[in-house]
Design a protein around this ligand. Structure first.
Ligand code: FCB
Length: 416
């Protein structure tokens, strides 16, 4: 029965939360281990989920969530190319997956989320085609080890962001800048690895238990601040061609389209350019200036809920694949602002589904406040707050966690 004014989601819709290993686990040895963020923070302990993952699973269950998008960290599992997976580390992940299953929480496993084993980095990372067979070997071993517990797979999280930040903007290690050819090579190599790994994952499924595979594509709308400025328009055009079009074509163009069974969408909003400058907090634009332009932003990018409907319509026309919203969230300490933003985006999502978009689930970014890459601990995306000054890293639900839990339990957005 529908309560008056509520917006009900399709039966079986998955409500989940997302995290990534480098951002929450701590005790890792990858390219981020010795990286210092703008706030002086590092990821060496982070949320200590390496030791506290059972607590995280309990929180997911307490919030009534039916799915968890988690990363499995390659650098923990494989000490060198073609090496067997580390038994102890594998057992820890198996225990995590078993705990999820015991609570009826479906895992979506992310195989690459902005980090590599150091032996991959030392050989030139994804600029070197040798990363492709190494990754495919890793995935083959991992699927053999955990395939009985996992049917939902993300081969790569935001290859566009990864290649942009490592090769163009220098924000992620190894901090290269403006290496355009390298950007394209990294994307092409990852796309080849995705295609090969995707086939291996699907072959491990059966008719009764099919495997689902896809990337998580970050979609940002790039637009000009002033419609008639050639410079603003050129910047937006270049960003759109490079980060959206080129990347989608590499992963999903031509016969590659047949590798994926779904498309993961990470959606946050919009970036508008003014004199080649990205007018968003993440680009360093001061609040006062954003206010002058009338842009509504969280602590990262401009909010643009209507864009979610547009991109879902475009994906449907272009690919006709089922979609998971693999990330959406708001970075802010203003909880009413976050709640309003979630409601607006879910309203648009509900309308899109009513209009025929085949969206299977929604993963909130993020379960926990965490290490937000170059920004460290200053961006508060969590449903749960984490006290980073306390060695026990206690988690405390924020008001948004309660609101999101109500939506997930009801499988509906309540009336206002
Ligand atoms: C996405 C990343 C995720 C986090 C959120 C805010 O680009 O996949 O790790 O940084 O943005």
């Amino acid at each position: 029965m529908n309560a008056p004014g509520e917006r009900r989601f399709p039966a079986g819709f998955l409500w989940g939360a997302a995290t990534s290993p480098t951002q929450i686990e701590g005790h890792l040895d990858n390219e981020w281990t010795h990286f210092t963020a703008h706030d002086g923070g590092n990821c060496r302990v982070a949320c200590d989920s390496y030791h506290r993952y059972a607590e995280d699973v309990d929180w997911l269950a307490r919030l009534g969530l039916g799915a968890y998008r988690l990363g499995i960290e390659w650098s923990r599992l494989q000490p060198g190319p073609g090496a067997p997976l580390d038994r102890g580390e594998l057992d820890r992940y198996l225990d995590q997956l078993d705990r999820l299953r015991a609570r009826g929480i479906t895992p979506m496993v992310v195989l690459h989320h902005f980090s590599n084993p150091n032996w991959i980095n030392a050989a030139g990372g994804w600029n070197n085609p040798a990363a492709i067979p190494a990754y495919v070997d890793y995935v083959t071993r991992l699927v053999a080890a955990i395939g009985g517990r996992v049917t939902l797979w993300n081969t790569f999280n935001e290859p566009d962001t990864y290649a942009c930040m490592t090769c163009l903007l220098g924000a992620y290690p190894p901090r290269h800048q403006w290496r355009f050819r390298q950007f394209r090579r990294v994307i092409r190599h990852m796309a080849r690895a995705h295609a090969q790994a995707g086939r291996i994952i699907r072959a491990a499924g059966t008719a009764a238990r099919p495997m689902q595979v896809g990337i998580a594509k970050n979609w940002t709308f790039f637009e000009a601040c002033r419609r008639f400025s050639p410079w603003d328009r050129a910047a937006a055009f270049i960003a759109h061609q490079g980060f959206n079009k080129f990347v989608l074509n590499a992963f999903l163009g031509g016969t590659r389209r047949r590798v994926a069974t779904f498309l993961g969408l990470n959606y946050y909003g919009r970036i508008r350019f003014h004199h080649f400058q990205a007018m968003v907090p993440a680009g360093g634009t001061p609040r006062t200036k954003l206010d002058d332009f009338g842009f509504v932003c969280d602590d990262m990018v401009e909010r643009y809920p209507a864009g979610l409907g547009k991109i879902l319509a475009y994906f449907r026309r272009r690919f006709n694949l089922p979609v998971y919203i693999t990330e959406h969230g708001t970075a802010s300490t203003d909880e009413p602002f976050r709640a309003a933003d979630l409601r607006e985006n879910l309203t648009v999502l509900h309308d899109a589904i009513a209009a025929g978009a085949n969206v299977k689930g929604f993963f909130y970014w993020s379960l926990l406040d965490n290490f937000e890459w170059q920004f460290g601990y200053t961006k508060k995306f969590g449903l749960l707050a984490v006290d980073f000054n306390d060695p026990a890293r206690p988690r405390t639900p924020k008001p948004l966690a309660e609101a999101y839990a109500r939506i997930a339990r009801a499988n509906a957005l309540p009336a206002v």
